[in-house]
Design a protein around this ligand. Structure first.
Ligand SMILES: Nc1ncnc2c1ncn2[C@@H]1O[C@H](COP(=O)(O)OP(=O)(O)OP(=O)(O)O)[C@@H](O)[C@H]1O
Ligand SMILES: [Mg+2]
Length: 390
């Protein structure tokens, strides 16, 4: 498919207008500031029971949103939310409960119904196959908080989109190179990476491109040297648009380009936001993550929209590592849906030990455990995303 020359060679936001989320902070003076402001505590629902270990029956209707391959083995998709979580004693850390999809009850503040009369759960059918490819929609996967599932989402959403016949290019824009390693490619084996692409004018994105083991999914790999690019770029003219210029040349070949960002809001991330048409924000459902989300949306993304890239759109906030056994996670998810409404993906990624396993093996969960609930969750996300993108 591509003629990689790389050593390893072998796819506005407008903050949801109905969002009732009120920014409390003034605009930043510096785009690349990394220090979230001190926020007031989010309001936790008044219905918190006295005993936090008691998980109340969910208010979400129970129709299954994930069709299951009847030939698939063992791992059942729970068709309705149980009052007690089902936990496999053999794997106590694994919670595979896909059906807590927030129905975006859209409390009155978002103008779309209310929590007591939730909307029917949407279905996400397989999109029709494409007759031709490109030009790609470029999406940055961003959250300045570390370890929230950005790279996991890039790998598994990318692989799921490829399964749907979409041509996908993944861009590793993190010096940690987790995306590269997570796809089974050793950064030390590479002759050139995203570092060379942004620093050396003679190196193009095509020069560094490698194939992955997934049909239809290619990668612009990274390595630790990218950490030096941030400092080197500072003296460049149009330093925020370096990545955008490079990706433009590959846009016609792909349907989606996913950029995996590092956990900071530095110049590399601003480059990604400048190149992107849209943003996906993975969010771990816990309190500190919620505070950081406000900073990301109200300051960084808004500032990039206003100053550099007005077409930037938040395509969706993705709840990751969701643990339905904890009341806290459920409350945070409700809070996020309450603030951001339909901007929150209906698909929720549950916490499961399967993901760390896949990191070690260097492959997506869609091939490592193709019939797992976790794989199906990312497939559902892919269908939901394609539906959103239209
Ligand atoms: N749904 C999940 N359940 C359990 N573990 C998960 C899940 N998603 C990701 N993980 C694990 O959590 C860790 C962090 O995930 P990941 O690397 O995707 O986060 P990240 O946001 O890209 O991190 P960083 O900010 O460092 O780049 C990894 O070990 C990954 O396997
Ligand atoms: Mg990462």
């Amino acid at each position: 498919m591509n003629d990689s020359t790389n050593g390893a060679g072998t796819e506005s936001a407008q903050l949801s207008p109905e969002s009732g989320y009120a920014a409390t902070s003034s605009m930043p003076t510096d785009l690349v500031s990394d220090t979230p402001p001190v926020a007031t505590s989010p309001t936790i629902g008044p219905s918190t029971p006295a005993d936090p270990s008691v998980v109340p029956p969910p208010s979400v209707p129970s129709a299954p949103s994930v069709p299951v391959d009847p030939t698939g083995p063992a791992e059942p998709v729970v068709p309705s939310v149980p009052t007690e979580p089902v936990v496999d004693p053999a794997e106590p850390a694994e919670i595979e409960e896909p059906d807590l999809t927030p129905v975006a009850p859209a409390p009155a503040v978002n103008g779309g119904g209310n929590a007591s009369s939730p909307k029917p759960r949407p279905q996400f059918p397989d999109p029709p196959p494409l007759e031709s490819h490109g030009p790609a929609r470029i999406l940055a996967i961003v959250n300045q908080k570390g370890g929230v599932g950005k790279t996991t989402t890039a790998i598994n959403l990318g692989a799921s989109l490829a399964e749907l016949g979409r041509r996908v290019l993944l861009v590793d824009f993190d010096p940690q190179a987790s995306l590269t390693i997570g796809l089974g490619i050793d950064p030390l084996s590479l002759e050139a990476t995203t570092y060379d692409m942004v620093i050396d004018r003679d190196v193009t994105a095509e020069d560094i491109r490698v194939k992955t083991a997934i049909d239809g999914m290619d990668l612009l790999p990274s390595d630790i040297s990218l950490s030096g690019a941030e400092i080197q770029l500072v003296t460049e003219v149009a330093r925020e648009t370096t990545l955008a210029r490079q990706l433009e040349a590959l846009r016609p070949e792909y349907d989606l380009i996913l950029i995996d960002c590092q956990p900071s809001l530095g110049l590399l991330t601003v480059n990604a936001l400048t190149a992107a048409d849209g943003v996906i924000i993975p969010l771990e459902c816990e309190y500190f993550a919620l505070r950081g989300l406000g900073f990301l949306v109200d300051k960084t993304i808004k500032t990039v929209q206003e100053r550099i890239n007005p077409r930037l759109k938040i395509e969706g906030i993705l709840a990751t590592m969701f643990d339905m056994r904890t009341l806290h996670a459920r409350e945070i998810l409700e809070e996020v849906v309450g603030r951001f409404g339909e901007t929150v993906f209906h698909t929720v990624i549950s916490r499961t030990v399967r993901f760390p396993e896949t990191n070690k093996l260097g492959e997506p969960i869609t091939t490592y455990a193709p019939n797992s609930v976790a794989a199906e969750a990312y497939r559902q996300l892919a269908r939901e995303l394609v539906g959103r993108l239209g």
